[in-house]
Structures are given as C-alpha cells and as structure tokens.
Ligand binder design. Sequence first.
Ligand code: NAD
Length: 465
Amino acid sequence: MQHVISPVGRARAAFEAGTTRPLAWRLDQLRRLRRMLAERHADFAEALARDLGKHHTEAQLAEIGFVDAEAAHLERHLEGWLRPRRVPVPLAVRPARAWTELTPLGVVLVIGPWNYPLQLLLAPLAGALAAGNTVVLKPSEHAPATSAVLARWIPEYLAGAAEVVEGGIPETTALLAERFDHIFFTGGEAAAKVVMRAAAEHLTPVTLELGGKSPAYVDASTDLATAAKRIAWGRFMNAGQTCVAPDYVLAREEILEPLQAELIKAVTALFGPDPAASPSYGRIVDDRHFARLAALADASTVVHGGQRDAASRYFAPTLLRPAPGDAVMAEEIFGPLLPLVPVDGLDEAIEEVNGRAKPLALYVFSNDPQTRRAFAGRTSSGALCFDVPAAHLSVPGLPFGGVGGSGMGAYHGEHSVRTFSHERPTLDKPLWPDTLELIYPPYTRTKHRIIGALVAPVGKRARKR
Ligand code: NAD
C-alpha cells in the first residue's frame, strides 16, 4: 500500500531536512513569491473581483502590490536582521561571549479570513519563509476563487516551502488537531478562541490578528473636508469589510453636523452619485453578512445611503445617527455603515473608547497637541494614527497587530521575522580560566565576600536586611 503523506507531514519533512535555514533559501522563496504575484497577477486580480467585487486597482493597492512590497522589504533587509546581536557579559560571568540569534520555529500554520484573502495569507507567509520556516496556508472558504487560485499556484512556485489546505470549519478543525510550531490566525473572536484552545493542546504559540470597533475622533481644529474624505475612504474601501476601517465617528454635535455634510460629499466624490454603478465600489461577501448588515442599518437612524440590493449584495455607503444602545454600536460592523456619535468633548470621547474592548486602531483627526497627547497617554489600542486611517499597514517598519480584544502579537517586516523566529540566546564561556572556582562550594567567608562583590547590588541589599 502506498503511504500518503499529509500536507503538514510534507511541510514538517521539508523543514526537518534542514534546507530552509540558509539565507539563500529564504531569499529564493521571497523571490519566487514575488515572481508568482507578477506572473499570475491576472488570475489573482480576477479571483478578488469574483470574491468581493474588488476593483483591480484596489486589488493591486491592498492585496497583490501590498504583498509584493512586503516581500521586497524582507528581501532587502533580511540579512541584516538575521545578524547575531552581541550582548554584554557581566563581571560575574566573564570571560565569555554572549549573543542572540533568530532561529526558525519549524512549521507555521497561517489561517486567513475572506476580506483581504490574498494579503492576509501571503504577508504572513512571506514573514514565515523569511524566518526559515515551512508553512501550511489555510485560505478562507468564503473567498473561494482566491482560495482556488492559491491552491493552483502556491505548489508550483513554492514547492517544498508552502502547502495549501482548502476548506472550512471541518478542514480547519482537522488541521488544528496536528502539531505546529506557530499558528498565525487572522479572523474573528469566536474562531480565535477555537484556535487558541486547539493550540493549547500542543502548547503552540499563537499570533491572533482580530478586529473590533476602531473609533475615529474628529475635533474643530482639523480640516473637516480632508478628514471626511479620508474617513470615507477608510470606511467604504472594500465595502467596509476592512479590519482597520474606522468603525464609528466621535465628535461634538456642532462638528458632527458639518462633518456629516462633508462625508456625504466625500462619498459622492469617491463613488459618484450612484455607488451601485461605480466599479470602484465593492460588494458584500455573502448573503449572511448582507442580512446582518441590513438588520444593523435601522431605517430610522439612516441619514444618508441605506439603499441595497440583496441579489447583487450591493449595500450603499451609509451614514447613521444611532440611538444609545443600538446594536450597530455593540458589535464590529464590518460593512459600509458609519455611525456618527455625539460626545460632549475630549474626555467623553476617551471614556467612550476606554469603555469598550481595546480597538485594533484608533484614529484622531486633530491639530491640537493636547488632544493628541491625551489620546496617546490615556488610551490603549493596537495602533494610533493621527489624521489618516489604515495607512499604518503600509509602513513596513511599524508592527501591525492588536492588543487585548483586538489580538495578540504583531507582524510586518522585521516584526514578522521576529514573530516567526525564536530569539535564541547563546553563551560561550571558555573552560580556561575557570573563574567559576570562585563561586563553587564549599562556601567560605572569602567566597561570600567575593560573591557579594560580584553581584554587588543584590549583596548590598542582603547585608542591609
Ligand atoms: P472568521 O473568524 O470567521 O474566519 C477566519 C478563518 O477561521 C477562516 O479561514 C475560517 O475557515 C476559520 N474558522 C472559522 N470558524 C472556525 C472554527 N469554528 N474552527 C476552525 N476554524 C474556523 O473570520 P472572517 O469572517 O473570515 O473575518 C472577519 C473577522 O476578521 C473580523 O472580525 C475582522 O475584523 C477580522 N480581521 C482582522 C484582521 C487583522 O489583520 N487584525 C484582518 C482582517 C479581518
């Protein structure tokens, strides 16, 4: 009988063969990944259009080009990041040399969501390969066209480096029963808990990239027209199905009025008078999400938009003025609805932010240094951005990740390489001279004095007691 090796088994065997460790292998995988994106660009763009109605320009900006830029950045800097880092050795341990080195973990499982089905699978892949691991990719079943294109091309371009396992909950459950050396998950809270529980069985470390409600605060010191345009762009890109989209706006009532007018102008500028006819505007991923959003967009609170078409899953960019306690303010919206929420000023806005789970991103549109400092000093969030939403993802030197309810761990650029590596400390102490003679038992008064001097602060504290 022929012995069938599973994708995880193949990834494990490839890692254990030792070929993934040299810098040359890692750089080669990054180049292959980039070559795949270039040569199969049309396939990927078409799949993203089919799954999400994504315009090919947006697909280039936020998916294909994004991953290419991330891989190029890794390729350029990897050698430097992998250089061992010398660490000073204290007197008590000298003579010796100490350093740390980033070492691969082994087999990494990357589980992706459907909203940026290419970026959120391949950007972690690039980091994991750069760190010298092999990878199993689990694309989202809710972006089937992208999943199929990945399953078609990854084995060809990244043979021996990455495997693709397609499927939904049953397939993911089966995968999670296996042992990995790291699990990198992007998705919602409910599935994150399933992943973390499964990881606990093998004591596998996890990175969780989750979502939540990312607020935008706007005050009078900003340019409302530009702020509105940026907020509308961040909110309505990918039809609102973006983890870092501004989820709701907080402002004083006298700001909300003119801001609302500017947001309406911005929506028209971005998508024309009828966004349904704009090829730049996306569609809701499936009927379940469409129905969920329809239930959230209570007609009595809609101040702009609200039009929808179930057959094509078109949902217009919509502005709401929710009543306190409305469902739209209870959960992550993940669609093209933007609630405008009045607060009586900075302190109430900060209270509102701090009264909820820590957001993935916090956006502050203000020119007032005190307001900026107040948000920086009195809130916690995955990221803090002044005057622009979502663009922090494109700064490869910034770690991208959440905190508390919005996730744990971070990636991008060097942070990816560190996430997918173990920073192994190494100590090299020559056998001669054997300075440890000074501290070996049997203990004597002289040795006590020597040890006191060598580890002075501790010795002094001990004598005082
Ligand atoms: P999801 O949690 O439903 O699915 C994510 C992945 O987990 C999919 O591959 C799916 O097959 C798998 N999965 C789902 N349920 C599972 C289960 N019970 N057992 C095992 N596997 C399971 O998330 P989604 O709907 O694809 O994405 C939306 C969520 O992702 C939103 O909350 C959004 O904010 C978040 N998100 C976060 C980021 C980020 O970078 N932080 C990016 C995009 C999306």
